[in-house]
Write a new protein. Structure first.
Length: 351
């Protein structure tokens, strides 16, 4: 606290990012990063962008990148918005689309940045409880609302909703913007991008951080019909006209173009996830059905916090949330098969 702080800053509850420790030989399964290196073509493109042109501002419209994303997903470049990680795209969505007189709805167990953004932008929000199986019931969203946001698959549960459910949600709220945060959709979920031409209230947000292994580059995007995208552009151009540097734009274009790398990598992660889930179940864990690059699991005989601490003693870091209903769960990012094996070996020692 300081007398120099504005009232809004004093009231903020900032998001706490997963730690990035610098320990040797660490098995880092705490922030849902991709365990594989990004495509060589991405590195090559970033190297080429590291030229004398860096003295010039980047394209504020990121037109080449938006065209590339648009072609990949079958929409028009005007229906694509890009930002500095999907966190920034989400933040702009909160400011541009999710603040209304009636409350914003999102799940009670979900991405912890949502309440932070709601606080930052002074948005009245209602946390809608997950059902007893930790799933989202769209029927629970049938209540007065100004807007809705939810991740699909949800985080940290990993549970996905089928596209038919997302379509029903969007159809049931024709007067509200509905934002679907698809940070993890490429690991087995169904993307709602296919619904964008049909629904003017739908905005789909995705990221390069997970399935394209580019968390360090900070690129995310949204796809929606023109009026929603224009709202995001208005906020962006009132905040920072150049959120993506030249290297980020060049790298992201190369990432979208390397479909072979994308398919191979996500396939490996999905296979490792199924293997890890089955190893955990063999050891007595309850593992929620995940469509993401992580699993959410609890053991009937071991408290989550203690388990996380004992894993840490063995240089394996996972994410634990000290929150009601989920405090016994661990969120475990899918690593390489070797990293997953080290996790399982550490668990065998502990259990
Ligand atoms: C549900 C969800 N949405 C969005 C993000 C943000 O990702 P980024 O800002 O790296 O694109 C994350 C990151 O962990 C996430 O879990």
């Amino acid at each position: 606290m300081s007398k120099y702080w504005s009232p809004i800053v004093s009231a903020l509850k900032p998001y706490i990012p997963g730690e990035q420790p610098r320990m040797a030989n660490l098995v880092k399964l705490n922030t849902n990063e991709n365990p594989y290196a990004p495509s060589d073509k991405v590195i090559e493109a970033i190297r080429s962008a590291a030229s004398a042109d860096l003295r010039l501002y980047p394209d504020p419209l990121a037109l080449d990148l938006r065209k590339t994303i648009a072609a990949r997903y079958g929409v028009a470049p005007e229906e694509v918005f890009v930002g500095n990680g999907s966190d920034e795209v989400l933040a702009h969505s909160f400011a541009a689309l999710l603040k209304h007189d009636r409350p914003l709805l999102y799940p009670d167990i979900s991405y912890s940045f949502y309440p932070t953004y709601a606080g930052l932008f002074g948005i009245d929000a209602i946390e809608v409880p997950l059902n007893s199986s930790f799933g989202i019931d769209i029927a629970d969203y049938r209540r007065p609302a100004g807007a809705i946001i939810l991740p699909n698959p949800n985080a940290p549960t990993g549970i996905g909703l089928p596209l038919t459910e997302i379509e029903a949600l969007v159809t049931e709220h024709p007067d509200q913007p509905v934002v679907i945060d698809e940070a993890y959709v490429d690991f087995g979920g169904e993307s709602a991008i296919a619904l964008v031409p049909k629904y003017e209230n739908l905005l789909v947000v995705q990221t390069f951080s997970k399935s394209r292994a580019l968390a360090g580059l900070r690129v995310g995007f949204a796809i929606g019909q023109r009026p929603l995208i224009e709202a995001l552009e208005r906020v962006k151009d009132s905040f920072n006209s150049y959120p993506l540097g030249r290297a980020a734009q060049a790298g992201a274009i190369a990432a979208i173009k390397d479909e072979a790398w994308f398919e191979a990598t996500r396939g490996k992660i999905i296979a490792s996830r199924e293997k890890l889930a089955s190893e955990l179940k063999k050891r007595g864990f309850e593992v929620l059905p995940s469509l993401a690059n992580f699993v959410f699991a609890r053991h009937p005989d071991h408290a989550g916090q203690a388990l996380a601490a004992k894993l840490r003693e063995r240089a394996v870091i996972v994410r634990h949330f000290a929150k009601p209903r989920i405090s016994d769960f661990l969120r475990i990012t899918i690593g390489t098969d070797e990293e997953c094996a080290r996790l399982v070996a550490a668990l065998d020692e502990i259990l």
